[in-house]
Design a protein around this ligand. Structure first.
Ligand SMILES: *[C@@H]1O[C@H](CO)[C@@H](O)[C@H](O)[C@H]1NC(C)=O
Ligand SMILES: *[C@@H]1O[C@H](CO)[C@@H](O)[C@H](O)[C@H]1NC(C)=O
Ligand SMILES: *[C@@H]1O[C@H](CO)[C@@H](O)[C@H](O)[C@H]1NC(C)=O
Ligand SMILES: *[C@@H]1O[C@H](CO)[C@@H](O)[C@H](O)[C@H]1NC(C)=O
Ligand SMILES: *[C@@H]1O[C@H](CO)[C@@H](O)[C@H](O)[C@H]1NC(C)=O
Length: 442
């Protein structure tokens, strides 16, 4: 019987899961709008917006390798977005390769003539391990979704199509890519049901229907792919130190540790570990709350951490689709411990509204009214520069600055844990792990 007693545990799991997801939101997530922000006093002296004529709008992501910036722009995104309705036969977007040091005119990635619709969103660039070439992974979130892989040779400026990937489970609504190696990638699919009314419901409901996909190109005659897990509206993704960071637009940034079994481990134990989680990650995940709704992620070697851009609120995001300015924020994830083993609390005027345990962000760019740069969606930091793009503003934001402003560490962080609190905390941790398993089994 469908409505027998089995319903109760199912509902219980569902309620528990929903509550767990809910409590991972930033505190006061709907109304969170802390005041007391400094205005961008540093903007005029160090930042500028370059090439608004070329990067003509709808720019979603920027990634840096060496002297090159790779930028994806879709000026017609609005006409093909589920928020504003979809117009058939909208012109395609473009991906640019820009040497920001010599500042030559950026070149465009030319797709094959018969390619069809190209709706670029996030991208990823990676220096190949055995050559000077740079491998470019581009998302194409058109209805016929794909991942386009190109090899770019900085010496000859040659560009060669390496692979064009489509997969019914792994590539649905691709938003961003994190390469694990030259020929293995993880990618986010923001919606599980793109281009349908279900997509809108999905974005509003907060259910983890968006997915993380995995593609393996090691054997070009047998390219394989699969969906490895569900996340609510994932956008940015980055892989560093065996950890996969996934930005869920609604909930914050998840850190999953990839399961890499030690070489000497008994295969049976390995199999047991793998079955612990569909994602082949350790069940314990970390959630980093962000002051705003996070979008694209990048890893900055020079700052030694993950950089996330974020949009201020749902209403701000929708307003900016209709041409209004909105705040821009990007920050560096500072996930470090103090000497006494307690987490380092990083406070600045933007993140001070978060709970102490969530204050792990150092603001890298902040423009409250979006007067100078509105709706920042992606930021990359390299070569002493902060690069940013926004779908709602033409041009690339470039701020020339190295290092960080002072990190403020409050003297008393938390009172010593009373034994009861420590127990409660352990219990909560156990619960989280159990819940995670339950989610997998559903
Ligand atoms: C998607 O694009 C590929 C490559 O151009 C093509 O072979 C395929 O027929 C397309 N699928 C649909 C449903 O249009
Ligand atoms: C990737 O593909 C190669 C070649 O088919 C295979 O040997 C390898 O095990 C695959 N890697 C994973 C993690 O599935
Ligand atoms: C392709 O690779 C997968 C996993 O690596 C393997 O299970 C499958 O048999 C391979 N298929 C062919 C046709 O080689
Ligand atoms: C799982 O992996 C960990 C770490 O590699 C290992 O210590 C453990 O024995 C493995 N097996 C199980 C069942 O947890
Ligand atoms: C930044 O915005 C402020 C306030 O609108 C304006 O006064 C200033 O000229 C802008 N700076 C640049 C470089 O556009």
């Amino acid at each position: 019987m469908m409505f027998g007693p089995a319903m109760f545990p199912m509902l219980w799991f569902l309620a528990k899961g929903l509550w767990g997801e809910y409590t991972k939101r930033p505190p006061l997530w709907l109304s969170y709008e802390p005041e007391a922000f400094p205005e961008v006093s540093y903007y005029d002296s160090i930042c500028s917006v370059t090439h608004p004529d070329i990067f003509a709008g709808g720019c979603e992501d920027i990634k840096i390798v060496g002297d090159y910036a790779f930028v994806s722009c879709d000026p017609y995104m609005k006409q093909s977005n589920f928020l504003t309705g979809r117009t058939p036969n909208t012109p395609s977007g473009s991906v640019y390769i820009w040497n920001y040091v010599t500042d030559e005119t950026p070149m465009t990635v030319n797709l094959p003539e018969d390619f069809g619709e190209f709706r670029p969103r996030g991208l990823s660039a990676r220096q190949l391990s055995d050559s000077t070439k740079i491998r470019l992974f581009l998302t194409n979130a058109a209805k016929n979704a794909s991942i386009e892989v190109y090899d770019f040779d900085p010496e000859t400026k040659g560009l060669e199509l390496f692979a064009s990937l489509r997969h019914k489970d792994a590539i649905l609504d691709p938003a961003a890519i994190a390469p694990l190696s030259d020929d293995q990638i993880f990618l986010t699919n923001t919606l599980g049901y793109p281009y349908s009314t279900l997509g809108t419901l999905e974005a509003l409901s907060g259910f983890p229907i968006g997915t993380i996909g995995y593609m393996n190109l090691t054997d070009m005659t047998n390219i394989t792919g699969k969906s490895v897990g569900g996340v609510t509206t994932p956008v940015g993704i980055e892989f560093v130190d065996e950890t996969l960071y996934v930005a869920s637009f609604q909930y914050g940034i998840y850190g999953y540790r990839l399961y890499i079994p030690p070489a000497d481990l008994d295969p049976e134990l390995v199999a047991e570990n793998l079955s612990l989680s569909r994602m082949h990650f350790y069940p314990g995940e970390t959630v980093y709350r962000t002051p705003y709704l996070p979008t694209h992620l990048s890893y900055s070697e020079e700052l030694g951490g993950i950089v996330s851009a974020a949009v201020p609120s749902y209403s701000g995001e929708i307003k900016s689709w209709y041409g209004r300015s909105s705040s821009s924020w990007a920050g560096l994830l500072v996930d470090r411990q103090q000497e006494d083993g307690k987490p380092l609390v990083v406070s600045d005027s933007v993140t001070v509204g978060l709970r102490a345990a969530d204050r792990k962000w150092q603001t890298l760019f902040w423009d409250k009214g979006g007067e100078n740069f509105s709706g920042l969606k992606s930021m990359s930091v390299a070569n002493g520069r902060r690069f940013g793009v926004s779908p709602h503003q033409a041009g690339v934001l470039v701020c020339k600055t190295n290092g960080l402003e002072a990190v403020e560490v409050p003297e008393t962080v938390e009172k010593d844990d009373a034994p009861a609190q420590a127990k409660e905390r352990q219990r909560n941790k156990d619960k989280l792990e159990h819940m995670y398993l339950a989610k997998d089994e559903l």
